[in-house]
Design a protein around this ligand. Structure first.
Ligand code: FE
Length: 148
């Protein structure tokens, strides 16, 4: 991937124009992340996955979710009950399409990730309803082998 902004460790906030992102991102990721698109349910690569590891922003590499907080949801998108850090994501009121929802954006690059709903499991009661295309997954055994 030829993305100079991508990092799993740098948490410096990014302010990159859509003209620039368009040159860097795949068409799918640009459409969802920068134009607030949505992938069709039950089509993404993570909605059904239960592998242990960490999910990162597909646009900038920011760590977003641990698999510990992922739960089986019938909605067709990968669902989590909490983010990896409080400031990993930001929340934006979204009144589009005649609905009153809360949009979730990456806390580092402000790309659209999905929405948050209040029908999730305990302990938070939240359901982060994310687009698989906006997530990069790093399995846990790979993470551990890097730290040895
Ligand atoms: Fe990001």
């Amino acid at each position: 991937m030829n993305n100079p902004y991508y990092s799993n460790t740098d948490i410096t906030l990014l302010d990159v124009s859509n003209d620039e992102w368009k040159k860097i991102l795949s068409e799918d990721v640009f459409y969802i992340g920068r134009q607030k698109g949505t992938e069709r349910p039950f089509t993404g690569k993570f909605w059904e996955s239960s592998e242990r590891g960490t999910y990162y922003c597909a646009v900038c590499g920011n760590a977003l979710f641990k698999s510990d907080s992922k739960f089986a949801s019938s909605c067709g998108w990968p669902s989590f009950f909490e983010s990896i850090r409080k400031d990993a994501v930001i929340y934006i009121p979204d009144y589009s399409h005649g609905m009153n929802r809360t949009e979730v954006e990456c806390g580092r690059c402000k790309s659209h990730l999905g929405h948050i709903f209040e029908d999730g499991p305990k302990p938070t009661g939240n359901r982060f309803c994310m687009n698989s295309l906006m997530l990069d997954f790093e399995p846990e055994d790979k993470i551990q082998s890097v730290s040895f």
